[in-house]
Design a protein around this ligand. Structure first.
Ligand SMILES: C[S@@+](CC[C@H](N)C(=O)[O-])C[C@H]1O[C@@H](n2cnc3c(N)ncnc32)[C@H](O)[C@@H]1O
Length: 258
């Protein structure tokens, strides 16, 4: 295994490499809440921004939407998704969610998980604006992202957490407070309907078992224990998540285009 790559690899792909399928901060349970709020039906045309490994895509397709398109920025992810979903009606495209090239007002529901947090604030706004553009009036947009808390968190603490997170996960993560997330959605024209939060326990053993099942958790544990360079990176991420546990959470928000 190339250890230099492991040192530089973004946290989510490193976790995917060792068998982690659920890569969003609130785990499967917050994803289920998000999908329950979205209430996808056979009448819906759905777009997912950043499907990644396609875990939520599977859950969405079980609802038999009229159409589903997933747009991810990574070529490897899109190739794997097209292979894994070959037998389904789902379409996966390589692209930037900020410029999906989908027609205006063409879909009824859009969602994205663990992707806005990876971007600077102006880019977050562009992606939200794109969701707004492609949604039909009264269409729904749901997000599931990393958040900081409390809402009045000191700016220096915020910057310190962002810096330590970026070093640990090798992605310039820019999480916002829950009220900043809702404000951003409102600023782009959405009405916020519901907000749910969960602890940021992505690497806590209990959450790993909940998300990946016992056999998945055992596989992940083996991969961590047997490979020192992976172990170092995963423990570093876990240490930073634990250190800032009090000031971090996962949030899912559903909003409507007015
Ligand atoms: C942390 S993973 C989350 C994947 C998946 N949503 C999940 O929750 O398991 C981040 C994903 O976002 C994708 N991504 C990041 N920015 C993107 C953008 N602007 N447009 C499309 N995909 C993007 C990455 O390629 C990667 O697959």
């Amino acid at each position: 295994m190339n250890t230099e790559n492991i040192e530089k690899m973004s946290g989510h792909w490193l976790l995917a490499k060792i068998g982690k399928k659920v890569l969003r901060p609130g785990g499967l349970s917050l994803t289920k809440k998000m999908l329950a709020m979205l209430d996808i039906t056979p009448a819906d045309d759905v777009v997912e921004f950043a499907p990644g490994l396609g875990y939520t895509a599977h859950m969405t397709l079980e609802k038999k939407p009229h159409s589903y398109i997933g747009i991810d920025a990574e070529q490897n992810a899109v190739n794997d998704l097209n292979r894994a979903f070959k037998q389904t009606s789902a379409l996966f495209r390589l692209g930037n969610a900020a410029q999906s090239f989908l027609p205006e007002q063409s879909v009824s529901k859009v969602y994205g998980e663990a992707m806005l947090s990876m971007h600077a604030d102006h880019r977050k706004a562009e992606i939200i604006r794109e969701a707004y553009r492609i949604l039909k009036p009264q269409g729904y947009y749901a997000i599931h992202e990393l958040a900081l808390r409390p809402d009045d968190l000191d700016n220096n603490v915020k910057l310190h957490i962002q810096k330590e997170l970026a070093l640990a996960i090798k992605v310039n993560a820019r999480p916002l407070t829950v009220s900043e997330w809702t404000d951003l959605l409102k600023k782009e024209g959405f009405t916020v309907l519901k907000v749910e939060t969960a602890p940021m326990h992505l690497l806590e053993p209990e959450r790993i078992i909940d998300d990946e099942g016992v056999s998945g958790a055992v596989k992940i544990a083996k991969n961590i224990l047997l490979n020192p360079s992976i172990r170092k990176r995963v423990f570093q991420m876990k240490r930073i998540f634990k250190k800032h546990e009090k000031n971090m959470c996962a949030v899912t928000i559903i909003a409507r285009k007015e």
